[in-house]
Ligand binder design. Structure first.
Ligand code: PHE
Length: 450
């Protein structure tokens, strides 16, 4: 396919590399977070020596908080600084946070985490909104811009567990955290250097002042804006459902893979943690082809609205769990007690096809639908919803080991996602009407856009 990279503004590449390094630092530290806390406090590479459950509990809160803090991150951008400066501030907080983690002390670990939570909250929603600002609202290259940006995210997410994980686990935890910090420093350097390509993007837009009182005039939302906000609210619900299913990866699917999947390839046993790099690997592999297929369908006039894609994505993700249900069934019936790893590979593939039909698309959708003065706040709310999805995933995962079973949870997620996604598709026309045309892409140049 010809995805002509020159059609994108240079600013996209600045944001691409900044976010790639930010995600490298984030996923790098995340990869060793629980391992460090749960590692014995003695020996050559001492950890903190916590119980696994305690380490997991802190991890759950931490991964939720980084995205919940995206809400104040968005509000600060809307009300005070603009997105560009808030991203700069977030980057500084992240550099400080990661380097504090490189210090060998538990107190430093807590302080470093606080900086990271604040830093991701300031950076992540606002850098995503800035991608949208690089394009006109109905430019077809805009969708491709978000796809490329998403691939950048995943290059960082894929390489980090391999590099930071290796250094942290086998050499020294704090060198690992330090390496994540160097990644963030590179991201910040790219962002500072690239300011010249971001002129007029993500600037602070002062609110209209009331002529008489001198206070901020409370311009009410129009009917169209209100309708679009309703659709965005539904989008957040979809985000909770989708991430609640998808994020089983790090928890239940991870433990299930460790215990119930045959990971031997000849004489080699694939480490369980390697499966955690699969999502990002698949995104890099099929990110562009999936976007291409959606684009071809759009050109052929097939249903292609964002809501439709989200419906399909939810169903496909749900169907991925059929493979896991089969694996759970095999594991409980085969004498070896272990199912083939092909089921897991297939499940992750379907999850990523679902992800690519939902996640980059939602980022784009928010920047198209939200009234300009609320873009950052709505982006923040979306990340918050994804944080709640992460927490939901944890709760479902715990249930699999308490009153339920992995098989029942996998079947339950399949049914729920398929019904929910089908409902979205059934309602697609009504919901699209509420967007009042904001989701329509105009084909400016059919050759370029291919
Ligand atoms: N891989 C995505 C990212 O790190 C996952 C994600 C999506 C995280 C949405 C938060 C919100 O950006």
């Amino acid at each position: 396919m010809s995805n002509n990279l020159t059609v994108h503004p240079k600013g996209l590449y600045v944001l691409f590399f900044t976010e790639m390094w930010e995600r490298f630092s984030y996923y790098g530290m995340r990869a060793i977070f629980v391992l460090y806390l749960a590692a014995k406090a003695t020996g050559v590479n001492p950890g903190v020596g916590w119980e696994k459950a305690d380490a997991l509990a802190l991890y759950g809160w931490y991964t939720m908080m980084v995205y919940v803090l995206a809400v104040p991150g968005g509000i600060i951008a809307d009300r005070l600084l603009g997105q560009k400066k808030t991203v700069m501030l977030g980057g500084i907080l992240l550099c400080i946070g990661h380097f504090i983690l490189a210090l060998d002390s538990l107190q430093a670990f807590y302080v470093g985490c606080v900086f990271i939570v604040l830093g991701v909250g300031a950076l992540k929603p606002n850098i995503s909104s800035m991608v949208g600002s690089l394009y006109k609202r109905n430019d077809p290259n805009r969708t491709k811009g978000f796809t490329l940006f998403y691939i950048g995210i995943n290059i960082g997410a894929f390489s980090a567990p391999l590099l930071v994980g290796y250094v942290g686990e086998t050499i020294n935890w704090h060198y690992g955290f330090g390496l994540a910090g160097i990644g963030m420093l590179l991201g910040q350097a790219v962002y500072i250097w690239g300011q010249k390509y971001l002129k007029g993007i993500g600037e602070f837009v002062p609110k209209q002042l009331d002529a008489q009182s001198g206070r901020i005039a409370k311009v009410p939302l129009t009917k169209i804006e209100k309708d679009r906000m309703i659709v965005l609210g539904l989008t957040f619900l979809i985000a909770i459902v989708f991430w609640g299913a998808y994020e089983q990866a790090g928890g239940l699917m991870n433990l299930f893979t460790k215990e119930s999947i045959n990971r031997s390839v000849g004489s080699f046993t694939v480490p369980t943690s390697w499966f955690q790099a699969l999502h990002a690997f698949y995104v890099i592999l099929i990110g562009v082809p999936v976007a291409f297929i959606w684009n071809q369908l759009r050109k052929k006039g097939k249903p292609n609205s964002t809501i439709f894609k989200m419906g399909v994505g939810t169903i496909v993700t749900g169907l991925g769990f059929v493979f896991l249900a089969k694996a759970a069934y095999d594991a409980s019936t085969l004498t070896s007690g272990q199912a083939s790893m092909l089921w897991v590979l297939a499940a992750y593939l379907l999850h990523v096809i679902g992800e690519l039909s939902i996640s980059p698309v939602i980022l784009n959708f928010i920047t198209k639908l939200a009234p300009i003065k609320y873009v950052s706040m709505m982006m923040g709310l979306y990340f918050c919803a994804s944080g709640l999805g992460n927490k939901l995933a944890g709760v479902l995962g715990e249930a699999a080991f308490e009153d339920s079973s992995p098989f029942a949870i996998f079947v339950g997620i399949t049914v729920f996602c398929v019904v929910f996604g089908t409902l979205l598709i059934v309602l697609v026309k009504k919901l699209n009407a509420l967007t009042h045309g904001a989701d329509v892409e105009i084909e400016s140049d059919p050759v370029e856009a291919a």
